[in-house]
Design a protein around this ligand. Structure first.
Ligand code: HEC
Ligand code: HEC
Ligand code: HEC
Ligand code: HEC
Ligand code: HEC
Ligand code: HEC
Ligand code: HEC
Length: 265
């Protein structure tokens, strides 16, 4: 058993009630990545061993070279354990793949299944299971459509050094949000993720919020003594009861409009 887990269990069994609060903090709240690279007991990869990233360089030289600057290369720890958290942290143990000279079916390709990503990012499995999410579990969209595992920033377009923007990734599959619009909504100059969670949410269209608070992140709302609710210089008291800001007849063209400066349609 993992010694850390054993310590927690022992404390749970013998520590008594006063320890519970403390335990919650020490077992659960510690921000430390847990590594558990995939292992296999059945299928063509059964019994495969970890061989280390150096072995991969024989045949995938370019990938190994560029990996030095990738987000996940920081997971390479020094020492004997290191070989378990390089390329094989996502691709699984590679001995059979190497021995066979790269035969099909001897190594995991996460494009086919995000299962190895979930080994370390368990919370993401939950997000993609939500009612409104990108169809990753159905195999129609891959983590690799928006993430770059081998080189540079893992979030494509993320990070200060990037020339491409995060939105460009979204436009590849959602061209109608790209514009240019006659009346653009300046909100889109920031990221799509201001309003959408790209993994999934409980709200329709993967929106981060289902009500006006989505828009009030940036638009100031002021209540006057006479009962007016002023947003964007206009009284909205009569409008807010009609539904969300983007309901029919209101700001339907929330991504930008070709005809109306108030993004009505
Ligand atoms: C002896 C040469 C050789 C070595 C060593 C090797 N590979 Fe491969 N690998 C290949 C060949 C050949 C292919 C199939 C053609 C291609 O995609 O380049 C392949 C394909 C792959 C694929 C795609 C598989 C698929 O089904 O889409 C992955 C992932 C992969 N290798 C990862 C690794 C990793 C990780 C290592 C180190 C543990 C490694 N390889 C070591 C030769 C090798
Ligand atoms: C963070 C997880 C992760 C790590 C670490 C990782 N890969 Fe990959 N690898 C992927 C994903 C995801 C794909 C599918 C990418 C795609 O289809 O665009 C992939 C695809 C591949 C492929 C086949 C497709 C291609 O692009 O040629 C090879 C070969 C490969 N990886 C080798 C490696 C090697 C060698 C290393 C270590 C230097 C490595 N990978 C480290 C996630 C990872
Ligand atoms: C062995 C464990 C492990 C595996 C497997 C793994 N990750 Fe990660 N990943 C991590 C850790 C730890 C971090 C945090 C690294 C950091 O903050 O520098 C991280 C960070 C990330 C980030 C955030 C990067 C950023 O700039 O904030 C993304 C996105 C990500 N991983 C996606 C993936 C995807 C997609 C896969 C599968 C192809 C995957 N990961 C597989 C451990 C893993
Ligand atoms: C439709 C595009 C898209 C897909 C598909 C996608 N991601 Fe992401 N992911 C993003 C974006 C964009 C961010 C950055 C969010 C931000 O900065 O607000 C992100 C951030 C992350 C992060 C770091 C921040 C966080 O939320 O914890 C992790 C980890 C991550 N993704 C893992 C995954 C995994 C694992 C998969 C596949 C199972 C996946 N993502 C599929 C777009 C995507
Ligand atoms: C590889 C293609 C691909 C990429 C990249 C992509 N998406 Fe999607 N997106 C899809 C697919 C497929 C659907 C599901 C459409 C459906 O169910 O009809 C979808 C659905 C959506 C929806 C819900 C649409 C609806 O009508 O319910 C939103 C919102 C969305 N994506 C936003 C984004 C954002 C934001 C990004 C960038 C972070 C992004 N997408 C990147 C393919 C993609
Ligand atoms: C200011 C908030 C906001 C931003 C920023 C934003 N969206 Fe949206 N998006 C919405 C709202 C609200 C809806 C729901 C519209 C509806 O239900 O009629 C939506 C709906 C969508 C849909 C579903 C189809 C549709 O038009 O109803 C897609 C796809 C989409 N957004 C993609 C994107 C992409 C890609 C970006 C970044 C370029 C982006 N969004 C930025 C608020 C936003
Ligand atoms: C990231 C910040 C941000 C978010 C979130 C945001 N907006 Fe905006 N919006 C702006 C900026 C900046 C402008 C241009 C300056 C201005 O008119 O206030 C603007 C302009 C507008 C305009 C045009 C005002 C006019 O008549 O000239 C409308 C309408 C609008 N937004 C509606 C919305 C709605 C509806 C939402 C929620 C779905 C929303 N905004 C969310 C930043 C944002």
């Amino acid at each position: 058993m993992n010694p850390r887990l054993r310590r927690c269990l022992n404390a749970l069994l013998y520590g008594g009630l006063p320890l519970w609060g403390l335990l919650f903090v020490s077992c659960v709240m510690v921000r430390r990545p847990m590594f558990s690279p995939p292992q296999f007991t059945a299928g063509p990869m059964a019994g495969a061993q970890f061989v280390g990233s150096k072995e991969c360089a024989q045949c995938h030289e370019e990938k190994v070279r560029s990996f030095g600057g990738a987000t996940h290369s920081k997971l390479l720890a020094p020492g004997e354990n290191a070989k378990n958290v390089g390329c094989e942290s996502c691709h699984g143990p590679g001995s059979k793949h190497v021995q066979s000279g790269g035969e099909a079916g001897t190594i995991i390709n996460p494009r086919q299944s995000p299962a190895t990503c979930f080994e370390c990012h368990a919370d993401k499995r939950g997000e993609f299971a939500l009612a409104n999410s990108h169809p990753v579990l159905a195999g129609k969209v891959s983590c690799a459509d928006c993430h770059n595992p081998h080189q540079g920033e893992m979030v494509i377009g993320g990070g200060a050094r990037n020339l491409a923007s995060m939105n460009d990734t979204c436009f590849q599959c959602h061209p109608s949000q790209r514009g240019p619009f006659v009346f653009e909504h300046e909100a889109l100059r920031e990221n799509c993720t201001t309003c959408h969670n790209p993994h999934g949410t409980v709200n329709a269209k993967m929106l981060k919020s289902r009500n006006a608070s989505l828009c009030l992140q940036c638009h100031f709302q002021q209540q006057t003594a006479t009962g007016q609710i002023v947003i964007g210089g206009r009284d909205h008291a009569g409008s807010l009861i009609r539904g969300t800001c983007w309901s029919a007849g209101c700001h339907e063209a929330v991504h930008g409009s070709h005809v109306n400066s108030s993004l009505r349609f």
